[in-house]
Design a protein around this ligand. Structure first.
Ligand SMILES: NC(=O)c1ccc[n+]([C@@H]2O[C@H](COP(=O)([O-])OP(=O)(O)OC[C@H]3O[C@@H](n4cnc5c(N)ncnc54)[C@H](OP(=O)(O)O)[C@@H]3O)[C@@H](O)[C@H]2O)c1
Length: 309
């Protein structure tokens, strides 16, 4: 089978299209025939060697930690799925990913994919969708009527976070550049702040929750817009814990986990028309190099999909 792998850490040039054997599922695993995968910033961060401590993995490594596809083989201890099931999920980032024709994953990290969309769109969901869900609800404890600020609202995580927060009944504020303002209002944002023209810190206050996907100065300033006891939940390193403590607010970092029950809830929201994946473009998976270069520029609207079949 074809797989897009790295043999060394480095720039986009280290991505190599290799011919390798189809993996065999262990007793607790399934073999997925990959239909589509998607690009997340973690893909190029791992490629560059920036996540060696957080996600230690052996080289050569197949990249890509979103998958939607059809089960081709089932490990002998797996009873929850059968051959032919259409599934989606976020494979383990310490193991081979889904820029490949086949992938094996543990059966307990996947879920049945949404039925109302194809694999191309479903591949846009797991990693970014789970991150938005866990950031808002597991760590952010977001409730109806609360005010939430979502940074990078037009990005992979942000486009789900805006829709989930709106569905929950929150008042949703997003940061984005001006060309994404109308798009985000259509998606459900009540207010959009153009981060290039306006300083969010000087126009916002009494925010219950900030979902920080930018870090650094944005994270520090986010502490200043919270109400007492409010939360900044970050997908990056929580750098300003002392400042948060002094202000009597919470700063919480987290790493997304693959939770099948949440993938099922998200699939239900998609199938009931309440949430839809936002896809900027679809490329063949052999164009992973181009896709990663674009992702690394940091201005993707929603997701870039890599189509396998
Ligand atoms: N901890 C975890 O487990 C975890 C999980 C998922 C993601 N992450 C991390 O979270 C971050 C976001 O991921 P993602 O997939 O959402 O990234 P992404 O899709 O690449 O984000 C792109 C978006 O960022 C926006 N943006 C860029 N600079 C901005 C700024 N200063 N203020 C506001 N918006 C800005 C862009 O909007 P404009 O084009 O309008 O500028 C663009 O829409 C990444 O660093 C990723 O590695 C961590």
């Amino acid at each position: 089978m074809k797989a897009v792998r790295i043999h060394d850490f480095g720039g986009p040039e280290v991505l190599s299209i290799d011919e390798i054997p189809v993996p065999k599922p262990a007793p607790d695993e399934v073999l997925i025939k990959v239909h589509a995968t998607s690009v997340n910033p973690v893909d190029w961060k791992i490629r560059e060697g920036l996540r060696k401590d957080k996600f230690p993995a052996k080289l050569p490594l197949t990249l890509g930690w979103d998958v939607s596809g059809i089960l081709e083989d089932i490990g002998e201890k797996v009873s929850a799925f059968k051959k032919g099931d259409e599934v989606y999920g976020r494979p383990d980032p310490t193991k081979n990913g889904a820029y490949a024709e086949y992938i094996t994953v543990k059966a307990n990290i996947i879920s049945v994919k949404p039925t109302s969309i194809g694999h191309t769109e479903a591949a846009a969901v797991p990693l970014a969708g789970l991150t938005a869900w866990q950031g808002l609800f597991d760590y952010g404890l977001l409730k109806a009527g609360q005010k939430v600020l979502i940074h990078a609202a037009a990005g992979g995580v942000g486009t789900y976070a805006v829709q989930f927060a709106k569905w929950k009944g929150a008042y949703v504020i997003g940061t984005a550049s001006a060309n994404n303002a109308d798009f985000l209002k259509r998606l459900g944002a009540d207010e959009v702040i153009d981060y290039k023209m306006e300083d969010f810190e000087s126009v916002l206050n009494d925010v219950d929750l900030v979902l920080d996907t930018i870090g650094k100065e944005t994270q520090l300033k986010s502490l200043n817009v919270l109400k007492d006891g409010g939360r900044v939940v970050t997908t990056l390193m929580p750098e300003f814990t002392a400042e948060a403590k002094a202000k009597k607010v919470h700063l919480i970092g987290f790493t997304t986990q693959s939770v099948p029950a949440q993938l099922s809830e998200i699939a239900n929201l998609i199938d009931s028309g309440k949430v839809k994946p936002v896809i900027e473009k679809v490329l063949p998976f052999t164009s992973a190099k181009q896709a990663q270069i674009e992702s690394e520029q940091g201005h993707t609207r929603g997701k870039i999909i890599l189509q396998v079949i």
